[in-house]
Design a protein around this ligand. Structure first.
Ligand code: SAM
Length: 182
């Protein structure tokens, strides 16, 4: 979130058609749960448009970009790299260390999630390979749990800027108001 050092998400791999919703949901989840930005592979332009559209309507700040060289982003990242993988160390065993790096040492964090098979270089370049359980599931679920652990729930309280609408929480029903109305 913008009161801390940067948290970015990198989506590795995108199979057009098949991965459209997953890539979009990686971006929407990164935005909703406190990351500052996401990079998608350069063939995921449609997912980029959807995430930009949601940010325009529901607020930010949140940045979404395409990259033709995801591994260069990892190599050049000036901070720490967390790769989410079912083969990694248990999140509950490493979360304190990662939170210390982020909050106390103010290190920017890059969170890498895959689609299909992730190249072994990524496992070697990461500072932490982290499993959200060691069971196979989804990059969206792994990212959501990891961000909530990283921010310790503070992401749920954040304010949104430049939204043109906001949802009014209610027990039953759906209410959306223009964002400038109190
Ligand atoms: N089979 C692929 C491999 O061996 O790299 C992974 C495919 S999985 C559907 C897609 C992505 O979901 C992974 O790259 C990882 O980022 C994420 N993922 C799946 N299960 C996970 C887990 N238990 N913990 C953390 N991330 C997970």
């Amino acid at each position: 979130m913008h009161d801390d050092s940067e948290v970015a998400v990198l989506r590795l791999g995108h199979r057009p058609g098949r991965d459209e919703r997953m890539t979009t949901h990686v971006g929407l989840t990164a935005r909703a749960l406190g990351a500052d930005r996401v990079w998608f592979p350069d063939n995921a332009g449609q997912s980029l448009e959807t995430v930009e559209d949601i940010t325009d309507r529901f607020g930010g700040p949140f940045d979404v970009e395409l990259t033709d060289s995801p591994q260069a982003i990892i190599r050049n990242w000036e901070g720490r790299v967390v790769h989410l993988t079912m083969y990694g160390e248990r999140v509950q065993d490493v979360e304190d260390e990662i939170r210390d790096a982020h909050r106390t040492a103010e290190e920017p964090i890059l969170i890498v999630v895959g689609a299909e098979k992730v190249p072994f270089d990524v496992y070697e370049e990461a500072d932490w390979n982290v499993g959200v359980t060691n069971q196979p599931h989804s990059e969206v679920a792994g990212l959501a749990v990891f961000l909530d652990r990283l921010f310790d729930g503070r992401e749920l309280e954040r304010d949104w800027e430049d939204a043109d609408r906001r949802v009014i929480p209610m027990e039953t029903g759906k209410r959306v108001e223009p964002a400038d109305e109190e």
